[in-house]
Design a protein around this ligand. Structure first.
Ligand SMILES: Cc1cc2nc3c(=O)[nH]c(=O)nc-3n(C[C@H](O)[C@H](O)[C@H](O)COP(=O)(O)O)c2cc1C
Length: 394
């Protein structure tokens, strides 16, 4: 009798197509700001090694950290920029390496809005003050949808004028053009986590009475204009993603009814999709101090595996638009289950990739599809396979 030989396979390692781009597998390295540039916003060797290693480590797509479209929208003096042509060179060096090693180069555009002018996380994450000014990092007044603080103790922002909004919409288009020139194939717009675009979307922050405030149509207007501006500059064969805080949360993770809701995300996703946005990158929260990581740490509240996956699932189901899931997705089997259940199309990995740059290669082994280390770079895999075959005695 012939034994049936089955080749193990996994959705996580199947390709995915959006427009003219084939994602070689479903693993995306999530955007992660390093706060490691100088005030010029130019990426350095630090950023190169940070991103390059993930292409070697099996991620199909590697996304840059948030790139700032206008210097007033920097979180910190260490943010990477895309506000000038000078930024293109170092970004191109990264993209070239990623492509050469089989990963799709992706980038994220960003403006921190009311969360601008702050200390790097490891310096306290608070607003810049006198101590920072004394060492050359003077605070500046952030801009936001409205002139109100969403988080007590932070700088008081001022509301953007309509002229400033128009210029910002153009700046996103210019940023997209530069990212394309730098060789990136996928673009994500950061509209989550309490930053500028989220401050327009959410009624928690947006108290404007002009055409950029009021009902959901007004609050969405800037995001939709930015999608149009980007699409005017970003090639038609390259995918465009938007990262949303799909819900604002309130006092606890079960209350999804206050502020921006999942139903609002359905409406926005459909409108973005009509304007050429191909995928929703599904995050949550950030507009209030409650439910921030600092708040979790204070309250000793634990994180929950895959806690944002239900948002990716709901948007995908309700709108038919592809989604990317992110947030405490820790290993290959968890990622595979999300895909198998139809909850998302791509899986973004953040902090777990910081602990394991070879996350993708380890996921393939955990799912049984790379038993003999063939997916590893041969200069690593040859040795590791041999060591495993020989075995190690205690
Ligand atoms: C060091 C670090 C920097 C981050 N920077 C960004 C960023 O630039 N843009 C963004 O949208 N999210 C940023 N995030 C959030 C991550 O993209 C991700 O959504 C979050 O960490 C949850 O995923 P995880 O549990 O896999 O880490 C950052 C997270 C970390 C840990």
């Amino acid at each position: 009798m012939n034994a049936q030989v089955t080749t193990p396979s996994a959705m996580l390692f199947s390709p995915f197509q959006l427009r003219g781009v084939t994602f070689p597998n479903r693993i995306v390295i999530a955007p992660m700001q390093m706060y490691m540039t100088g005030p010029d916003g130019l990426m350095t060797d630090w950023h190169f090694q940070h991103l390059a290693k993930y292409a070697v480590g099996g991620a199909g797509t590697v996304m840059t950290e948030a790139l700032i479209v206008d210097p007033i929208g920097r979180n910190t003096y260490g943010d990477a920029g895309i506000w000038s042509d000078d930024h293109i060179g170092p970004l191109a060096r990264v993209a070239e390496f990623l492509s050469r090693h089989g990963a799709v180069p992706a980038a994220q555009l960003h403006h921190a809005g009311p969360k601008s002018s702050r200390q790097r996380p490891w310096e306290g994450l608070g607003p810049l003050g006198e101590a920072e000014a004394a060492r050359g990092e003077a605070p500046w007044q952030p801009v936001s949808s409205s002139a109100s603080r969403t988080i007590a103790g932070w700088h008081q922002p001022r509301a953007m004028s309509t002229d400033e909004i128009k210029r910002l919409v153009e700046a996103y288009g210019e940023g997209a053009k530069r990212v394309h020139r730098a060789g990136y194939d996928v673009l994500d717009v950061h509209a989550a986590h309490g930053y500028l675009l989220h401050s327009f979307l959410s009624p928690v922050a947006n108290t404007r009475t002009d055409e950029y405030g009021g009902d959901i149509a007004g609050r969405m207007r800037i995001a939709l204009e930015i999608a149009e501006s980007i699409r005017a500059h970003w090639p038609a064969d390259k995918p465009l993603l938007f990262r949303l805080s799909c819900v604002d949360w309130r006092k606890d993770l079960d209350d999804r009814t206050d502020g921006w809701t999942i139903e609002d995300s359905f409406v926005l996703s459909r409108e973005l999709n009509k304007r050429g946005v191909d995928m929703i990158d599904c995050s949550s929260g950030g507009i209030r101090a409650e439910n921030s990581l600092m708040d979790y740490a204070k309250k000793r509240q634990k994180l929950t595996r895959g806690f944002q996956v239900p948002h990716a699932e709901a948007i995908r189901r309700e709108t038919g638009i592809p989604t990317m899931a992110v947030g405490v997705i820790l290993d290959g089997p968890q990622a595979e289950a999300i895909l198998q259940k139809g909850q998302a199309d791509l899986i973004a990995i953040g902090r777990e990739a910081l602990t394991d740059p070879h996350w993708g290669l380890h996921a393939a082994q955990a799912l049984g599809i790379d038993p003999d280390w063939r997916q590893w770079p041969p200069s690593y895999g040859w040795w590791l396979e041999l060591r495993e075959r020989i075995g190690i005695a205690d």
